[in-house]
Write a new protein. Structure first.
Length: 508
């Protein structure tokens, strides 16, 4: 027993000595000359080809790296990233960056006495866009603005009642690439001044010189919805990890969504299938469901309905609230090519002389090569036919709505499902705003309008469905309707699309 104890004692002493030595090393003060703390960064200035960060939390000399992907500023890729010169200043500027609407990510290295420390990857930051040019004010009754601009991700319009833009100042934020805007809520007879700045993410250009004008007409507010309810002939298919419920079950929650907003107009797509065990079209079945729920809607006549001889089904329809609007003249439809259709009907506001032309459409489905160009051609055809019709029917304000089946979107991994957004390219060429871009109030904008029947709807902000406003038509609010609990759909999912509803304003 005595030998056993003597064998263990030297080991215990040795371990204790090591622990004591380790403790001494841990608590020993570091050499200030070798200390390099983790850098903390804050962007303090952004130019058209440069940006500056303030550095805190460390000392020594610094070098800033930037790239247009997160991977590009990994330490292993510093050799190919853009970089600043070494500097001892705590304000580091990187220059010579190529301007684009693709943001930059950045990272800084601090070095002192041969020791290095790296900041975390920061960003994104958008470079400063160029100031817009050629700002014009058009319209004699309702005012509209248009301008030219270089690449940007959005714009801000500043409105005031004095040239200094300080009195009764209001700022409108535009979320897309449209270079046109119609303000709303203006008082006829009051002079207004406007200026525009471009935005690249959160970075702004300077303001244009102001322009001024005086509106002479009031605006009529109207609530408009577009909703692709999905054809009943596709019931029972597997999609999004589940099975599409029968139309008899889907129409009830679909009607509930419409009822929750109770818009003046509902533009419906994929509503031509006959309801099960009945020669009734889905649109008629949905209208009847709404009426039985106490929400009154009538259907505009835009095709020869069954069971009439030579009946024709476009799948696109316009429901309207007869308490607020009445049809003016005869509605009909236009062929857009690729077996796609747009339907139209002029309406008058009950109790007033204001009129508006409503146009609903459904574009080509699919992501095959060349389809985006075909969708662009379909919209161009629709706009040409709408202008031709309207020129001989009083040149009414027009509101478009429907399923575009396209929106340009680049995933963070660089992939995209579309070559380009053909529908919006055609609308933009005619100065027509997407309601999702022009609206000042947006609800559920983070969700996709196409939900793919996923119980937890995707959140990329892709709007296959939208409403569109030409110059003279303003948009104040935009909302996507979803019945969710804890981020998931509740009950039967009524369609693979979510309805979009907007409050729009046309010249009264």
């Amino acid at each position: 027993m005595l030998r056993a104890r003597s064998n263990r004692r030297p080991v215990a002493v040795a371990v204790g000595a090591v622990l004591a030595a380790s403790t001494a090393i841990l608590i020993a003060p570091a050499d200030p000359a070798l200390a390099v703390g983790t850098p903390h960064l804050k962007v303090t200035g952004v130019g058209h080809h440069s940006f500056t960060v303030a550095v805190s939390g460390t000392s020594g000399r610094f070098k800033l790296y930037a790239a247009q992907t997160i991977k590009g500023v990994a330490v292993a890729n510093f050799g190919t990233a853009e970089s600043s010169s070494w500097t001892h200043s705590h304000h580091v500027t990187i220059t010579g960056l190529k301007y684009s609407i693709h943001p930059y990510y950045y990272r800084l290295i601090a070095e002192s006495g041969g020791h290095h420390a790296y900041s975390v990857t920061e960003g994104p930051v958008g470079l400063a866009p160029s100031k817009p040019t050629n700002l014009n004010l058009t319209g004699t009754g309702v005012l509209s603005l248009n301008w030219d601009s270089g690449a940007a991700t959005g714009y801000q319009v500043v409105q005031a009642t004095n040239a200094g833009l300080t009195e009764h100042r209001k700022v409108y934020t535009l979320h897309g690439l449209d270079q046109q805007f119609t303000p709303y809520g203006l008082t006829p007879g009051t002079p207004y001044f406007f200026a525009v700045r471009a935005r690249n993410r959160t970075t702004s250009s300077g303001l244009t010189p102001p322009v001024s004008g005086t509106p002479s007409a009031s605006q009529q507010a109207v609530s408009v919805m577009t909703y692709n309810v999905r054809e009943a002939r596709l019931d029972g298919q597997s999609e999004g990890g589940g099975t599409v419920a029968p139309w008899a079950q889907r129409k009830v929650p679909a009607a509930e969504l419409i009822k929750s907003a109770h818009p003046d107009f509902v533009m419906l797509e994929e509503a031509a299938s006959f309801a099960p065990t009945s020669p009734t079209r889905q649109v008629d079945d949905l209208r009847d469901q709404l009426n039985s729920d106490g929400v009154k809607y009538d259907l505009a006549v835009t095709e020869i309905p069954p069971p009439q001889k030579h009946y024709h089904r476009t799948g696109v329809y316009i429901l309207y609230n007869p308490d607020n609007y009445r049809p003016v003249g005869r509605g009909d439809h236009w062929a857009l090519g690729e077996s796609r259709w747009a339907v139209y009907q002029a309406f008058g506001k009950v109790g007033s002389n204001s009129k508006v032309l409503m146009v609903a459409f459904h574009l080509l489905v699919g992501v095959h090569p060349g389809y985006d160009a075909k969708r662009q051609a379909e919209v161009e055809s629709m706009l040409q036919q709408a202008h031709s019709y309207n020129s001989s029917h009083g040149n009414l304000p027009i509101i478009y709505g429907g399923d575009t089946n396209s929106q340009a979107f680049v995933h963070k991994n660089g992939s995209t499902r579309h070559e380009f957004d053909g529908a919006r390219a055609a609308f933009r060429a005619e100065g027509i705003d997407g309601a999702s871009d022009a609206a000042q109030s947006r609800t559920h904008a983070k969700f996709n309008s196409g939900n793919g029947y996923k119980r937890r709807p995707p959140r990329n902000g892709i709007y296959l469905d939208d409403l569109f406003a030409p110059p003279g038509v303003a948009v104040s609010s935009w909302k996507m309707l979803l019945k969710l609990r804890h981020g998931k759909f509740v009950g039967t999912i009524p369609s693979d699309h979510n309805p979009i509803v907007a409050t729009m304003h046309y010249p009264a």
